[in-house]
Design a binder for this molecule. Structure first.
Ligand SMILES: C[S@@+](CC[C@H](N)C(=O)[O-])C[C@H]1O[C@@H](n2cnc3c(N)ncnc32)[C@H](O)[C@@H]1O
Length: 416
């Protein structure tokens, strides 16, 4: 370990401050551009010992679990609570702009659509049973240590006010001291709680979970590794006026506000298209909204998500026909010949992006494409493929739904 004084030049894509060092960049968490700090350094990782010049963009963090001074440790849930709104928003916009630039794309990137504290309706906690009780919170960055939380300014009040309920349920299902995950989704009919990685769920745990849920109010469903343990209410989400019961632990956009913003951008672009394909459709976030004005073909690899979409479409009023297809779009993308059936295509893949699908789209004559992404790097790669195939980027909008983290979503629109 060595100690030295460095000046932070910029923020890295993970949210750490970066200073130039003798052997390459030094990453210093919880610092901001322009700050001069004394650090203890191990390889290219610095830890702040003291700050001699602080940034004018430094603000007081919103949560007492944040940062090196955090209660119970440094909560790994957030990395940027110390940055002003202006710096934070420009940082997120810059992640998208830099990714496009690196691929030689000159599209203008719109200002970030921001999110607010208390909006997160879906949160993934780490949980572990100890002699002193249940730990529930987020892992410290790069560590298995769980920072036990008593508040979370990011999560919705409906989740934060029920942290004790989540702990009680976790205690009911835990058999040993091995950690597991608890995903909570706040739905219209109550909390949908999905455990993942509980070593063994025997009769004793099932009874304990059932008793716990019956004694509490506001829980719609509890599942473990996708098996439903108890479901007093069907969890329900509203996708643009269509009610959907998502599968246990299935993908859901983390905030309703970001979902609505992304859907508005997608629908605004798809416009009056009559036949639309929604690729990587999930449970129908975009497909069901678009079906108000277009025939929609939804393609997705997860059978349970597709069944939820199909069920919702068949029971909703006023939709144009919706067809569904279970298909692995990495192995079997829709071919250019199949894409002839559509005026517009929406795709929203996982972090790996949709490279092979974009190669087929690039060869197609589809007039409008909306690309939704949670990974600016793979988005830029995919857009470059489409541009090489003759598409023109008409807009790129970054959207925030993981407040104070380095994650950013984006919607890009293209025409041919
Ligand atoms: C980012 S989510 C988007 C889902 C949906 N559009 C939404 O907004 O809720 C990505 C979706 O891609 C699906 N997926 C992942 N790999 C896939 C594959 N190889 N083929 C088809 N779908 C896949 C996932 O099941 C998930 O529903």
């Amino acid at each position: 370990m060595s100690t030295e004084t460095v000046t932070i030049g910029r923020l890295g894509s993970g949210g750490d401050g970066i200073a130039p060092g003798p052997d390459g960049p030094i990453y210093v968490p919880f610092t901001l551009p322009g700050e001069t700090v004394a650090i203890a350094r191990v390889k290219n990782q610095g830890t702040v010992i003291s700050t001699s010049v602080a940034s004018a963009d430094r603000i007081a963090p919103a949560c007492h679990h944040f940062g090196p001074e955090g209660r119970n440790g440094t909560c790994g849930g957030c990395s940027l609570q110390h940055a002003s709104d202006t710096l934070y928003r420009e940082f997120k916009r810059g992640i998208v702009a830099d990714a496009l630039k690196a691929k030689g794309l000159s599209a203008t990137v719109a200002p970030l659509i921001p999110c607010a504290p208390g909006e997160r309706r879906r949160v993934v906690f780490t949980v572990r049973k100890t002699e002193k009780g249940m730990l529930l919170g987020f892992n410290q960055a790069g560590s298995h240590h769980i920072v036990d939380i008593d508040r979370c300014p990011v999560a919705s009040p409906g989740i934060v006010s029920r942290l004790d309920v989540l702990r009680a349920l976790a205690a009911a299902i835990a058999t040993d001291s091995q950690g597991f995950r608890l995903t909570v989704l706040e739905t219209l009919s109550g909390l949908d709680i999905a455990f993942e990685g509980v070593r063994k769920v025997g009769d004793k745990q099932r009874r304990a979970v059932t008793e716990c849920v019956l004694a509490l109010r506001g829980i719609a469903r509890v599942s473990s590794d996708a098996e439903v343990l108890i479901e007093p209410q069907k969890p329900q989400l509203d996708f643009g006026g269509v009610l959907v019961a998502p599968p246990p632990g299935g993908f859901t956009q983390a905030t309703k506000e970001a979902e609505d913003a992304m859907a508005a951008l997608v629908l605004g672009h798809v416009g009056k298209a009559k036949r639309v394909a929604d690729l990587f459709s999930g449970s129908g976030t975009f497909a069901l909204r678009m079906a108000r004005g277009a025939r929609v073909h939804a393609v997705e690899g997860d059978d349970r998500a597709l069944k939820a979409l199909d069920h919702a479409a068949r029971h909703a009023q006023g939709l144009k026909p919706v067809t569904v297809e279970k298909r692995d779009l990495f192995r079997r993308p829709l071919m250019a010949s199949e894409l002839k059936a559509f005026d517009a295509v929406v795709f929203d893949p996982p972090r790996a992006g949709a490279e092979d699908q974009c190669r087929e789209l690039a060869r197609s004559g589809v007039k409008k494409i909306a690309a939704v992404s949670c990974n600016p790097v793979t988005l830029a790669r995919d857009l470059a493929i489409l541009v090489a195939g003759g598409y023109r980027i008409t807009g790129v909008t970054p959207i925030d739904q993981f407040l104070w983290s380095p994650h950013v979503e984006a919607v890009a629109t293209l025409e041919k």
